[in-house]
Design a protein around this ligand. Structure first.
Ligand code: APR
Length: 367
């Protein structure tokens, strides 16, 4: 997964490089700086002495010594002075300069602490936002596995308001009830495949949850599909007609488009490029190539969900895409409720969703 948030001690990370939140002398200190120096051993300090210090927002590299990583990238974050003194730009530069240096060193993976969010007093929530933005911007044009390492268990990394809303969302939805109404009735054409593929296997579930009203399926002609205001589902009658399969061969022959075929069709229908999709989905480029070349590829649920977010599918379309991979959103799985919350509210930033999932100790989406 290109960008992962994890709870760990950065000195335990086995990435090609780890980043140290140092001070401008580069001669060690407390916090993560102290932890890295202790774990790497005294040779690290000898090499740091030769670097001649480092400016705030800049980055310099040393070897990893006794640490598992090959390189330690030392960067100096800004001290928080209220936010009006260029702190954000300097903190962004710490991440972008460290990533540039990691790339120059040929690193395929790098782990960051939450720079400036300790002794330097940068508010955690804002520090996360800058880190996520800088890392996301770098991943727009680069392939690397990047970890944001959160230390200790007390850091809730999303805003209190969102945390509260999600808490209510997870506690307040008894089984079988619907989520808060869609904020905007995301009017968009229903991808043709979902309309035509209302097959007996999916019965009337296509396009709406099984117990939803059974509206008539609007007549679809070639160039205009029903707008997504009406739930799209195959009326029971139509499903029965098509149900007359004589043999298993016929049933298998009538098998629906696979997950991979559906995904590629949705990408084409939206005129998106592969990099746009796998980057927005926080999916590794090599994995995407595998999915593209294997029509029967079976994704994990987190992978299928990541694509639904990248394609900005609404809830019904997400359910249908998941179904292609044999999954469903559950009303009793916390991670699913969190993802439903973001979809229903039209918020498709996968990094924001992963921050929320991380805050509730749920598996992140992407792969
Ligand atoms: N692994 C991962 N993260 C850690 C670890 C660790 N072992 N130890 C601390 N952290 C986290 C802190 O919880 C915080 O979220 O690193 C983040 C940065 O905190 P600091 O280490 O205090 O760094 P910073 O706020 O950038 O202040 C830098 O502190 O250590 C001195 O010499 C350093 O003067 C410099 C200043």
């Amino acid at each position: 997964m290109p960008f992962t948030i994890i709870r760990n001690d950065i000195t335990k990370m086995k990435t090609d490089a780890i980043v140290n939140a140092a001070n401008s002398s580069l001669l060690g200190g407390g916090g993560v700086d102290g932890a890295i120096h202790r774990a790497a051993g005294s040779e690290l300090l000898h090499e740091c002495r030769l670097l001649g210090g480092c400016k705030t927002g800049q980055a310099k590299a040393t070897k990893g010594y006794r640490l598992a990583c090959k390189h330690i990238i030392h960067t100096v974050g800004p001290v928080w002075r209220g936010g009006e003194n260029g702190e954000e730009e300097l903190l962004y530069s710490c991440y972008s300069e460290s990533l540039k240096l990691a790339k120059k060193l040929g690193c395929e993976s790098v782990a960051f602490p939450l720079i400036s969010a300790g002794i330097y007093g940068y508010p955690v929530r804002q520090a996360i936002g800058v880190a996520t933005r800088a890392i996301g911007d770098f991943l727009e044009g680069n392939d690397m596995d990047i970890y944001l390492v959160i230390y200790g268990n007390n850091t809730v990394i999303i805003g209190e308001q969102l945390y509260g809303e999600l808490e209510r969302c997870m506690d307040g939805i008894p089984d079988g009830q619907s989520l808060p109404p869609l904020r905007s009735s995301r009017i968009r054409q229903v991808p043709e495949l979902f309309l035509k593929k209302a097959s007996p296997f999916f019965g009337s579930k296509v396009g709406a949850s099984a117990d939803a009203e059974k509206p008539t399926v609007p007549k679809a002609n070639n160039n205009e599909l029903p707008m997504m205001g009406e739930a799209v589902c195959a009326p029971a009658a139509a499903a029965e007609e098509d149900c007359a399969f004589d043999s298993l061969d016929e049933i298998l022959g009538a098998a629906e488009e696979t997950f991979s075929e559906t995904l590629l069709r949705l990408i084409d229908e939206r005129g998106l490029t592969d990099p746009q999709v796998y980057r927005k989905a926080n999916i590794d480029r090599r994995l995407f190539s595998k999915i593209r070349s294997d029509r029967d590829y079976k994704p994990k649920k987190q992978t299928a969900l990541a694509f639904a977010i990248a394609l900005e599918l609404d809830l019904a379309e997400t359910e249908q895409l998941l179904e292609k991979a044999g999954f469903a959103l559950s009303p009793s799985i916390r991670a699913d409720l969190i993802i439903k919350y973001f979809i229903v509210n039209g918020r498709y930033d996968i990094f924001e969703i992963n921050e929320a999932l991380f805050s509730f100790d749920q598996a992140l989406i992407g792969a």
